[in-house]
Ligand binder design. Sequence first.
Ligand code: GAL
Length: 438
Amino acid sequence: MRTTEPGLQNIAKRRLSTAGRRPARALAASILAAVSLSCLNPRAHAQPLNVLHWWTSDSERQAADRLVQQLASQGVDWHDDAIPGGGGGAAIKVLTGRVLAGEAPDVAQVIGRTLTDWADLGLVRPLDDVAQRGHWRQAMFPVVLQTVSRGGRIMAAPLGVHRINTLLYNHHVWEQLRLAPPHTWHDIEAAAKVMRAHQVTPLAWSDEPWQIATVFETVLLSEGGPALYAQLASTQGWPAWQDARVAVALKRLRWLRDLDDEATSEQPWMASARRLQSGAAGMLIMGDWARGELEAWGEQAGLDFDCVPIPQTAGMHLYSIDTLAMLVGHDTHRPEQERMAEILAQPATQMAYNQAKGSVPVRMDIDPAQLDACARDSWQTLARPGSALLPSIAHRMAAVESVREAMGEVLHRFIKERAMTPQQAQAQLVAIVRGAAR
Ligand code: GAL
């Protein structure tokens, strides 16, 4: 069994007292010795790193495998600890349990608000030296650096940027039925009528709370606009949740749910992507990881499927940034953790991973010609000065985990219980966000 440090409450305390007891110079010397040994022969002292994440679909697995290969070729071994479950709900629970039990993995998919919360608790290893050596501040998008920073320090290795305000549609269905590209809600409504007349379900939907929340935030951005959305996503912005446009978005959400004629279901997101691929359903609203999945199944953007921003969100980027945090707990693993962070940010790793994942590189110095049309639009929107960049609430970029979950439950109930009015659902959302702001 590996020796681990004690649980959540004691970790920060223990780190402080250990630092006091152990002479700093001796500690620095032992780290330097470990680093120089591993530099002489990268495999001599390489210990595999346990990596906890939630990438288990075909494209997610492919993307993770590309990381494994890039790391292995540079002497870092990845020991896989995948916890299935779209959106990471299960993985975060398992991870929290392990950290509380003093069994933290070396590396974990800790993102957005969860990352900064954990950084505050002293649970993640700052990566400032790695970032400085790799010139992250010059190479990466400011929004990426801001997401991985806490108190001016870099707290995780960024992997890729997903765009949540993505509408995917089946190109063959569109061609056969001669439909206009779905740029507006009116286009979608008109296309849905034609699809229904031809026994095609207009929209692939799932009632899993995180998937409902994913669709809802794109609709909030669409109906509310970027200024209101930014307020909704800010921690003290609870009064904005009383805005009438939130109720409009809730109505739109129900309208979208009714574009799926199937009985309510809580299918995984990959099942919805399958329905889109087969042409059983014409459209899917999902972060662009669904694009990665379609491509893993051999589909081509622009040929078999297309993607457009959700109506009224062109030129805006509702982002979720995937990151791997290096957890404290095993000080002897620090050289490998830092080496891993360094390799993850390299241009070649970034391109290999993101092309499989459906997200785009976090770097500004890549060649966008290497990206397909959907990814290029995402990357260029990030790069364009003045674009509205909005953090995903459903994917932990804005809300803390408990608020995210509570909001998902309200939205789930709103979709399931038709007697609940948009105003009632809105009042519940207001109460949750106001309670968390105190
Ligand atoms: C998101 C994550 C993506 C993708 C998706 C579906 O939260 O950022 O990488 O895995 O969930 O599970």
